[in-house]
Design a protein around this ligand. Structure first.
Ligand code: 5GP
Ligand code: ZN
Length: 122
């Protein structure tokens, strides 16, 4: 199925290769890339290719897409070698929740050498 995109959206542009990013994985539905301002030794963004502006916009029909997003985050955490030590998955929702980019993405954060450093704000 064709990707639904917003021509003005930064993460749509990354998914369409109109804007460069350090991409670790992609398929028809998702793209995983390094956060430009990392807040942890490993800070990746797991994004849908379809433009969905936030968690507040997801619907029943998106269940599989969101489940797949979380499963992909788990796989990437394993591939990055941070699964055993533990990691965080964060959705910022709305401006009050810290969301800046209005395109659905899951923050994957981990790899702290010192456990105390895991108190992080994204
Ligand atoms: P939000 O606050 O919306 O949940 O997270 C957006 C994240 O996207 C931030 O952590 C920010 O550093 C990252 N970001 C913003 N613009 C870009 C960009 O152009 N490229 C990449 N790789 N990350 C970006
Ligand atoms: Zn978008």
């Amino acid at each position: 199925m064709a990707v639904i995109f917003d021509p003005n959206c930064i993460f749509c542009k990354i998914g369409r290769k109109e804007l460069s990013a350090d991409i670790l994985f992609e398929n028809d539905a998702y793209v995983v890339f390094k956060d430009i301002q990392p807040k942890a030794p490993v800070h990746l963004l797991v994004a849908t290719k379809n433009h969905i502006s936030s968690i507040m916009e997801i619907q029943e029909k998106d269940k599989e897409l969101i489940g797949g997003l979380i499963l992909l985050a788990k796989k990437i955490a394993q591939d990055q070698g941070i699964a055993a030590s533990g990691f965080k998955l964060v959705f910022n929702v709305g401006r009050g929740g810290g969301q800046v980019i209005d395109h659905l993405h899951l923050h994957l954060l981990g790899g702290w050498a010192v456990p105390a450093q895991k108190k992080v704000e994204v």
